[in-house]
Write a protein that binds this ligand. Sequence first.
Ligand code: GLU
Length: 462
Amino acid sequence: MTKPIITRFAPSPTGYLHVGGARTALFNMLFARHFDGLFLLRIEDTDHKRSSREAIDAIVDGLDWLGLSPDKKPVFQSMNLARHAQIAKKLLNEGKAYLCFCSAEELAEMREKALAEKRSPKYDGRWRNRDPKNAPAGVSPVVRFKAPQDGHLLLNDLVQGEIRVANEELDDMVLLRADGSPTYMLSVVVDDHDMQITHVIRGDDHLTNAFRQIMLFNALGWSPPNYAHIPLIHASDGNKLSKRHGALGIEAYKDLGYLPEALLNYLARLGWSHGDDEVFSLTEAISWFDGSNINKSAARLDLNKLNSINAHYIKNINFDRFMRILTQRKEVPPHAIDRLNRGLPGLLNRSKTLNELTEKAAIYLENRPLKYTKESLALVSVEDKINMKELSFVFNGLDGWDQKMIEENIRYFAERKGIKLGEIARPLRIALTGFTSSFSIFELSFALGKKEVLARINDFVT
Ligand code: GLU
């Protein structure tokens, strides 16, 4: 039997779940689902000073909202520290790691010397073969990995391709700090092994870590996972993503009125493609996502594109879901329900975000008598009022009330009076909503219903 595919998302809970993290989680999830495997979550919370409960909650909630919850309970890396330390000791006992008694001053000196000689700073291995008996007094040692010094290491990255690194370029990394706590590099390797991770899909800022991690896997006699390092997301101007550019937490996107399925669809296309497909379901993405067609160059965040995908998904919202969304944000009086139902297609067609949708829907929540804004009343002439009065006679005489019929009658009325449609539309909008807007008067009249329209015009002209 072949080994099942197991992927993981391994965020450090030092802040919110941002778009880059969400995309990494999504790629891991799609890949696991494509191969009927498992998608796991590991919270890398070993840095106590920088990790927080709020950040953990934001990550878990953000994933949940996006529909990216893991297949098992999250693993908390901080729970495995004893196991990580035990593995470091095992390497020490096997002679694959050693105690290093360098003082902070010595390390700083080493660093300065390297920089002065224009070399990249590297630990010089001075305790590699020294007997701990010669240790200076009062220095607690760290445990360093005895990294291979000759030969090459080959990484066959699923995105970046084959990358070869000379072992001599990598120094003897620290596995256990002087206080006995394991380093990130050790913890990741042990956890990835223990969680039986087969594929590590993560940002390419971790590419150089992969070499060190593979070395450790090899030393432990464990087979390393496959790696796929995905290029980071850049801002639309090509710069590093910052808050100003939309590097917001996922909850901010939620607050801005994006639908989770729209954001997922958008994120899936951010650095991955399937032909020319732009809008697709999660099921389709899962059936297509086999690790191929991930771009090698950085993707750019494009909020206009996200808006247009969001607008597409908003169009497909049904009335029940719309009501759930609206009632979470506004109080909906009973009289508004039928109006909203009739006005829904127009509202959906004109909204790019749920916030816009809610704002627009507010015109159906009002009850008579409306308050007219000063600016709009200033635009109304006596003639406008006479026209509205006459129009209300036309409406009153109509046998039925549908949008087509309303439109035909308003157009015919304007024609008969020899005035432009706009001359009717402007005061009618004010009469029906209290302000000037770009709403379709046909949709608006239809959704409000004949009785309400007549009453509102009557309020307006008297
Ligand atoms: N905890 C690391 C981070 O948040 C990720 C480590 C990994 O994916 O291997 O950047």
